[in-house]
Design a binder for this molecule. Structure first.
Ligand SMILES: [Cu+2]
Length: 524
């Protein structure tokens, strides 16, 4: 056991927000000025790209495991024309940056993550990292537990079972009290899990199944990323990036496309609408396919939520441009071009008609969506509010969890118990996209009314608008042990709206279950 690490964790030296705040405030105040809007690219002038696909190092037949080796590195990338920007990325052993993992259900994945990051270029800290695969029922020590920190010069293994239903997951940093600025630098990517049910549906697959990782950012006059969390309330940039490109334009054929939209922003929520007036057909939510598709003119999309959406470009003539707009929601800070996201140019007839349908039934038998409310054996209440300048859940913070030596829990369901949790944002002035790790849930009601149309699928993040109260039903299956619950507006998470629950009494230890090791890492 690394005693110095244990001591650091116990004394909370990684985790004391109070110690870190004055430095951060000072550094923010000294930050250089924002690039003027006139020097930013015009929307729909840069070509759309998709992230590369992650390449494994080897496949081990005996354990049915794909092995990947990744480095977290600082790399200069061209984001704004005429500038290079220092970013942080996960890089696979073939040089792919923030690649998309494509995984078939029941094929296990092992990823060795090496933290080779320098100090943060603006804030000056040495980044503690912890990689969370969001949407995966991973064991506690592989779930990106915030205080399971891998500091620069160390590596850690992560193992993923991939035994849930097909879904859109994403991997991102979860380092304690530094998640917002670590993710803002670029530590995020997509992870798609497929299964036979999803493969057999005549929905768009292959080149017509397209990741849309949407985030905002702002830049200083030298083209470097500028971090400002507005006194821990939120980070709101004036540039919208889709798969890393500002307001791109994508060439499409006259047929249906499936877009996996991930809101990977730090704080911004979106409200999608097509300028053509055509509906968006939502077929999937955080936990995978909905029981049935929902056609909707516009919908709200909070941080960390995933929505799979089909858009039918057969409705338009060749030469037509369709714009994906952002109508925004309350509590965002908007700029001149944050009301638009990307454009689609219809350029030709389909080269394939495969997977060109929206079936009336998608996944009717998903347990999360079919288990009855009467199966619940416990009801709990989690209230989200700000107290003494800190964001809290039931008045508690992650600092309280650290102080308790990681013992304090907000809930302790038994393995396979079904529970109803009532989640309430008690305040005006803020929204909280609340994420519960490990489990999928079904939204039973929102403010006493049925869930919103786009929310009628399995979820793991729920948007809690001002004074909203949402009841969710969840089965605490797959793993025992301690898992986090937190706001996914990342400055709220960092300061310090995060707690934990424990499934059963035991499970592997999230910090000492498989701790990091000093670099260099052996081959996977
Ligand atoms: Cu929040």
């Amino acid at each position: 056991m690394d005693l110095s690490r244990r001591d650091l964790l116990k004394t909370g030296a990684f985790g004391s927000a109070a110690l870190l705040l004055p430095l951060e405030r000072f550094t923010n105040a000294a930050a250089p000025s924002r690039m003027p809007a006139s020097q930013l690219p015009q929307p729909f002038t840069l070509p759309f790209t998709v992230p590369p696909t992650a390449k494994r190092v080897r496949w081990d037949q005996a354990t049915n495991t794909d092995h990947y080796a990744m480095q977290m590195v600082q790399v200069n990338q061209s984001i704004l024309p005429g500038f290079t920007t220092a970013t942080w990325a996960y890089r696979d052993s073939f040089g792919n940056l923030n690649p998309t993992f494509d995984v078939m259900q029941n094929r296990k994945v092992h990823v060795r993550h090496c933290n080779e990051l320098p100090d943060h270029p603006q804030l000056g800290y040495a980044p503690p990292t912890s990689v969370h695969l969001h949407g995966s029922a991973s064991k506690p020590q592989y779930d990106g537990y915030a205080s399971d920190a891998t500091t620069p010069g160390n590596w850690k293994d992560y193992y993923y079972p991939n035994n849930q239903d097909a879904r859109t997951l994403w991997y991102h940093d979860h380092g304690v009290h530094r998640t917002a600025s670590n993710v803002y630098m670029g530590l995020a990517g997509m992870y798609r899990m497929f299964d036979p049910v999803e493969r057999a549906l005549p929905i768009p697959h292959g080149p017509y199944d397209v990741p849309l990782i949407v985030r905002d950012a702002m830049f200083d006059t030298a083209g470097q990323l500028l971090f400002d969390d507005n006194d821990h309330s939120g980070v709101y940039g004036d540039v919208i990036l889709v798969n890393g490109t500002p307001w791109p334009v994508m060439k499409v054929e006259r047929r249906k496309y499936r877009f996996r939209i991930l809101n990977a922003s730090i704080s911004r929520s979106y409200q999608w609408q097509l300028d053509s007036g055509q509906p968006l057909h939502v077929i999937g939510t955080d936990g995978g396919l909905m029981p049935a598709p929902v056609a909707i003119q516009k919908f709200r999309h909070g941080v960390a939520e995933r929505y799979e959406v089909i858009i039918d470009f057969a409705k338009y003539p060749i030469g037509k441009r369709v714009v994906l707009k952002n109508l925004s929601n309350k509590n965002n800070i908007n700029y001149v071009n944050t009301d638009k996201v990307m454009a689609f140019d219809v350029v030709g007839p389909p080269t394939s008609f495969a997977g060109n349908k929206i079936p009336a039934v998608l996944r009717p038998d998903c347990e999360t969506m079919t288990m009855p409310e009467s199966a619940a054996v416990q009801s709990r209440r989690l209230d989200l509010f700000r107290e003494n300048g800190e964001w809290t859940i039931n008045g508690k913070t992650w600092a309280d969890v650290v102080k308790s030596n990681y013992e304090m829990v907000l809930a302790n369901p038994k393995l396979d118990d079904v529970e109803i949790w009532e989640l309430t944002n008690l305040s005006g002035g803020w929204n909280h996209p609340l994420h519960i790790h490990l489990i999928d849930f079904r939204i039973l009601s929102r403010n006493g009314k049925p869930p919103l149309p786009q929310e009628r699928g399995p979820k793991d993040v729920v948007y809690l608008g001002e004074n909203e109260s949402v009841r969710v039903l969840a089965k605490f299956k797959h793993q025992t042990g301690k898992y986090m619950i937190h706001c996914h507006n990342l400055p709220h998470e960092d300061h310090d709206m995060m707690g934990q629950f424990m499934v059963g009494d035991g499970g592997d230890d999230p910090i000492y279950g498989d701790p990091p090791h000093p670099l260099p890492a052996p081959p996977v």
